[in-house]
Ligand binder design. Sequence first.
Ligand code: NAD
Length: 431
Amino acid sequence: MSVEVDKAEKKDNVLVATLDKVKQAVELAELSPEVYEHLKTPMRFLEVAIPVEMEDGTTRVYTGYRCQHNNVFGPYKGGLRYHPDVTTDSIKALSMWMTLKCSLVGVPFGGAKGAIVCDVQELTVKEKERMTRSYVRVLGSFIGPETDIPAPDVFTDAQVMAWIADEYSSNMREPSFGVVTGKPLAVGGCVGRNEATGRGVFFVAREAANAFDIPFDKARIAIQGFGNVGSNAAVLFAEAGCPVIAVSDVSGGIYNKDGLEIEKLIEHVKKTGFVKGFPGAQDIDNQELLAIDCDILIPAALENQLTGSNAGNVKAKIVVEGANGPTTPEADQILKDKKVLVVPDILANSGGVTVSYFEWVQNNYGFRWDLATVNRRLEEKMSEAFKMVYHYYCEKCVDSDMRTGAYMYSIKRLAEAMHYRGWLNDKNGQY
Ligand code: NAD
């Protein structure tokens, strides 16, 4: 299936926006057009039928995907999503972002993404387990610790990863838990993996505040999305003394100009399911959250949240993209014109894949790191990645934004690896 899509028909299509950005970055970095030719199409796209025996004895056949975008650096790596609205284009874009992310932070993996088109709320736990095991069986040797390594994503978790590790190990007739990351600690998981993406967002936001001369411990933070990424980042901001003045989730948002008590908010969400109604805070909606007067805004929910129609209202000086693809190209342009620094997703939320890499290394060596080691190594990786990319952006992208700089930086590394592996028909060693 071609990744060239009809732009007229597909406004806000994340794949279209990503391909445009990749092409622009290849041209600005003066790389061979062959680099774009390699990146525009996934190396392999699998569409599979997944038969599942339901509780009533019938068999239902679900559609699944695994998109293996590029493996120039190492095994394919990327999450597995269970969602009814998954499209082939969104899976392709997500796999491409994984390639760019791994290259950017120097993790020796390629990019991949997988999905099953389903509504998990309608499944019993046993049906979900059978569906997961069936997916592993149909993928066969297309996944593996040296081939392609899935991880949790929307509506999949450590338990799903443990089923995958078990099914794969049975099929291989040997324990082979390195086939997935994000596992429970009892079966080869890594301490700190659950909080890693939010922690990485925190480190990157701190670096960005330093670069912008904003006193970090006074920086007012607003976070859209209070799930894994948003809530873990919020805890760290609060611990560092930054007032987290507004957060939101699917139910709406809350605001307190003096800062919300995050530990109590987490208790409230555990009890009620949502942030709304938190005592001592004012209810706001999601559009008000994005427009709140703050220093650092963190979209950590979904794609396409900052758009041409609301980006003009943003008052933050820095946007750190905890979510994948939260800012549309129109919004990018508006924020650039307003001199808002947007720290792009492929850098800002790469803490998750970084600790996934740590987990894979530990599985390969049969050795366990402690939490302090994991967090210290994550901090080093994220801070170094921010500084390298920010420096490169300041030097090379005077007329552009940090996303363009990050794409150029990442794709230059990919091009170099493609060159040495002999994938490019380069003249005189130029690529
Ligand atoms: P999650 O399901 O744990 O949390 C998502 C949060 O967003 C929830 O609080 C939900 O209520 C909220 N939300 C949903 N719709 C919303 C809306 N319309 N407005 C405001 N809030 C809304 O998911 P997560 O793991 O935290 O992932 C969030 C984003 O971060 C996704 O884009 C994901 O791809 C990206 N990401 C996650 C990880 C990770 O390790 N979890 C890694 C990299 C990127």
